[in-house]
Design a protein around this ligand. Structure first.
Ligand code: SF4
Length: 83
């Protein structure tokens, strides 16, 4: 992987609580993972990748599984309105 890859700057990379991002999505796990995302310098890149690749599982870019599902539903709704 190229050194410029945004993942190299990820706040969760090597973090002691990195397992939280794919742990059961309990309120406590989600809150702790989102706290790490909050200060991450590559949050936008991470969110963009998860949304573009339609990654359903885990916390990505400060977005929960439910957040991404809501965004995708909204995109579908918008697309339906333009038909
Ligand atoms: S935004 Fe969150 S999940 Fe994405 S790289 Fe940063 S800390 Fe990791």
């Amino acid at each position: 992987m190229m050194p410029a890859d945004w993942r190299l700057s990820a706040a969760c990379r090597g973090h002691k609580d990195a397992d939280l991002f794919f742990a059961p999505q309990t309120p406590v796990n989600v809150e702790r993972a989102l706290e790490i995302c909050h200060d991450c310098p590559v949050q936008a890149d991470c969110a963009d990748e998860a949304l573009t690749a339609r990654i359903e599982h885990g916390i990505w870019g400060g977005l929960t599984e439910d957040d991404r599902a809501a965004i995708w539903r909204h995109e579908l709704w918008e697309a339906a309105q333009t038909r």
